[in-house]
Design a protein around this ligand. Structure first.
Ligand code: ADP
Ligand code: MG
Length: 354
């Protein structure tokens, strides 16, 4: 291991909270064993107004569904047509966060029971402009979502013309299905708690996504061996994006440039949820700079959402906190999050009503 690349946490910040682990081989075993290249070669999203937001995170219970539901409400309230998709194939409960009763049609009907159109499985949420595709309630889980089913869903999502924002509430963990949906999104939103364990999980998630991305393009660039080295923990392993690109450059400068551009588009957008202290509010920015420093990969900090009793009270009432307590601290954070996303997309964030 080269000592110059040993991760040293930036000063002023508690090391255990932002310190990224070394890239390592463990990410290769993440998720189910699958080798197909799903998203590489997916049709470009540029130029189309429909955008996909995928909300992921290392583990359950950190607020992915809370963020997805309320982000959906906030975007719908600012006049966008929003479709929320409960893609947590193992623990679907987004409908509960929105107060929608046990849905009669779910994603499972679309994937398995011959419903050809996504519109056939959409249910209204009661919030104007916000529809839901409820998650499968049966044994359909991320691990046994078949290649063809995933293709069908990805293709259909990419083809959606009738909505401005598609929000995918992903399951916990780093299965390849989850990573593929995350990588497909225009906004890969990663929810993290300001706790060392959650931060660690978040880094693991980003590493897994980054390697998944590399795996998707390795054949196209003929860099299977370089990717293998990047994933290795052995002496001489490649640690940063720059290392990977430098290695490719030795063979083909043009390819290296293209690869660099392609990987540079991979931006994870962090949301720190359940921030309790002022220091917690800075964890996102600290993670962004640590990640950039050690691995040469850009992430964005979308800001923090405060821990707020109103947030869990709203869940118990099966209501989005933005509807239940729009003035609460949690709601303010969620509004800022929606505004940031709209700003990134160059869209105004004002309410739809004049
Ligand atoms: N900002 C917050 N403040 C207080 N409680 C929160 C906050 N965000 C989430 N929670 C609580 O955490 C629980 C789990 O959130 P959820 O969105 O279901 O997690 P996930 O989808 O990641 O499994 C919620 O039911 C709620 O009680
Ligand atoms: Mg959830």
């Amino acid at each position: 291991m080269r000592s110059s690349l040993k991760p040293v946490p930036p000063s002023r910040l508690p090391p255990e909270s932002i310190h990224p682990p070394l890239m390592g081989a463990e990410t290769r075993s993440a998720g189910t064993v699958e080798n197909e290249s799903m998203v590489a070669g997916a049709p470009g999203l540029g130029g189309h107004s429909r955008r996909i937001i995928a909300v992921g995170g290392g583990k359950g219970g950190i607020g992915k569904s809370m963020v997805s539901a309320n982000l959906g409400v906030a975007l719908a309230q600012s006049g966008k047509r929003v479709l929320l998709v409960d893609a947590d194939l193992g623990g679907a409960n987004l409908h509960t966060c929105l107060g929608v009763g046990q849905p009669e049609v779910t994603l499972s009907d679309f994937l398995r029971k011959g419903k050809a159109k996504l519109e056939e499985v959409m249910v209204p949420t009661g919030v104007p402009g916000l529809d839901l595709i409820a998650g499968a309630q049966d044994s359909l889980d991320a691990a046994n979502l078949k290649y063809a089913q995933k293709q069908k869903l990805l293709r259909t999502l990419l083809a959606q013309q009738s909505v401005d924002y598609l929000i995918l509430d992903l399951g916990a963990g780093t299965s390849f299905n989850t990573l593929d949906f995350f990588l497909l999104a225009d906004h890969g939103v990663l929810v993290v708690l300001p706790e060392p364990t959650s931060v660690e999980n978040a880094y693991r998630f980003v590493k897994a996504a980054f390697f998944r991305k590399l795996q998707q393009v390795e054949e196209q660039y003929g860099i299977e061996d370089v990717v293998e080295r990047a994933m290795s923990t052995r002496e001489g392993a490649l640690r940063t994006l720059h290392d990977v690109v430098a290695q490719v450059r030795k063979r083909d400068a043009v390819k290296a440039e293209r690869l660099s551009l392609e990987l540079g588009q991979f931006h994870v957008r962090l949301v720190v949820n359940q921030a309790r202290t002022d220091a917690d509010l800075k964890v996102g920015a600290a993670m962004v700079s640590a990640w950039k420093k050690f691995f040469g990969i850009d992430m964005d900090d979308l800001g923090a959402i405060r821990y707020d009793d109103e947030a869990w009270r709203a869940v118990r009432k099966r209501r989005p906190v933005l509807m239940e307590r729009p003035e609460s601290l949690a709601s303010q954070g969620l509004q800022r999050l929606a505004a940031r996303i709209l700003a990134i997309d160059g869209l105004p964030s004002g309410p739809s009503t004049p």
